[in-house]
Design a protein around this ligand. Structure first.
Ligand SMILES: Nc1nc2c(ncn2[C@@H]2O[C@H](COP(=O)(O)OP(=O)(O)OP(=O)(O)O)[C@@H](O)[C@H]2O)c(=O)[nH]1
Ligand SMILES: [Mg+2]
Length: 243
C-alpha cells in the first residue's frame, strides 16, 4: 500500500470542500459563499490499495499573487509538489474555471481535472464532452457531483492512474505571443540554472516576466537566499530587466 498526496485546487465555491469531506469523512466548512477555506485542511482516504492524504486548498481564480489565498495555493503546488493536483471545476462555468486548470498544467502535469456540479449542468442542459476536454488538456478528466455522490469511483480511478504513474500526461502547453516567448527563452537558461530541475522553470520565467515579486520571495524563502540570488543574482536581474 502506497501513500500519495492529493491537493484540491479550484475556483471558490466549486465544491472542493464538499468533495474533501465526502472522501475524508471530515467536516471542513462548506457553504455557498466565496472564500471559506482560508487555511489548508488535511485528511485521509483510501482507494483500492492506496492511501491518499487530501489537502483542501483555498479557492482561487488564479495562481498569480493577488491574495494570500493565491499565494498559499501556488506555494503548496510548487514547493510541496503533491503527487496529484486535483483541479475542481464548476461544470456550469467551465470557460472561466478552465483558466485555473491551464495555470496548474503550466506548473505540473501530475493533475486530474474534476468537473463538479454536473447535476446543475444537467439541469441547465449543458452537455460536456469529457473525452475531448481530456484529449485537449492532456490529463484525465472526470465529471462528478460531490453533493449527490455521482462519479466518485471513476474520479478516484483517475487520481490513482496519475498518482501511480500509469497515466502519461501530456499537459497542454500554452504558446504566448512572440514577445513573451522570446522573454521566456531569454530567462529560461538562467532560471533553470538557478532553481534546478525540481521546479517548473518555464512557469517561473513567465511569472518573473510579469514582475511577480511574491513568487520571487517564496522561491527565496523555500530554496534558501543563497541559492536563488546566487553568484550572478540571476533571478533578481531577470525581474528588474523585464519590468
Ligand atoms: N448542486 C450541487 N451543489 C454542490 C455540489 N458540490 C458542492 N455543492 C455546493 O456548492 C457550495 C460550495 O461548496 P464548497 O464545498 O464549500 O466549495 P469550495 O470549493 O470548498 O469553496 P471555497 O472553500 O470557498 O473555495 C455548497 O453550497 C455545496 O453544497 C454538487 O455537486 N452539486
Ligand atoms: Mg472550501
Amino acid at each position: 500500500m502506497n501513500r500519495y498526496t492529493v491537493a484540491f485546487a479550484g475556483n471558490p465555491n466549486t465544491g472542493k470542500s464538499t468533495l474533501f469531506n465526502l472522501l475524508t469523512g471530515l467536516r471542513q466548512h462548506t457553504g455557498n459563499w466565496a472564500g471559506k477555506t482560508v487555511i489548508t485542511a488535511e485528511g485521509e482516504f483510501t482507494h483500492k490499495n492506496n492511501t491518499y492524504l487530501a489537502v483542501d486548498l483555498p479557492g482561487t481564480y488564479s495562481l498569480y499573487s493577488n491574495s494570500a489565498d493565491e499565494e498559499a495555493a501556488r506555494d503548496y503546488i510548487i514547493f510541496e509538489q503533491p503527487d496529484v493536483t486535483l483541479v475542481v471545476l464548476d461544470a456550469t462555468s467551465l470557460e472561466r474555471n478552465l483558466n485555473l486548470a491551464l495555470q496548474v498544467l503550466e506548473i505540473t502535469g501530475r493533475a486530474v481535472v474534476c468537473i463538479n456540479l454536473i447535476d446543475e449542468a444537467k439541469k441547465l442542459g449543458i452537455d460536456i464532452n469529457l473525452k475531448a476536454i481530456s484529449k485537449r488538456l492532456g490529463v484525465p478528466v472526470a465529471a462528478i457531483s460531490a453533493r449527490s455522490e455521482i462519479g466518485i469511483e471513476a474520479l478516484l480511478d483517475q487520481i490513482e492512474r496519475v498518482a501511480t504513474g500509469t497515466y502519461t500526461a501530456e499537459p497542454l502547453r500554452i504558446t504566448y505571443s512572440d514577445e513573451i516567448e522570446q522573454g521566456i527563452a531569454a530567462l529560461l537558461p538562467m532560471v533553470e540554472q538557478t532553481v534546478g530541475s525540481r521546479y517548473p522553470a518555464r512557469w517561473i520565467a513567465l511569472r518573473l516576466l510579469d514582475g511577480d515579486e511574491s513568487l520571487l520571495a517564496s522561491l527565496k524563502a523555500n530554496m534558501g537566499q543563497r541559492n536563488i540570488s546566487g553568484s550572478k543574482g540571476v533571478v533578481s536581474h531577470g525581474v528588474t530587466a523585464c519590468h
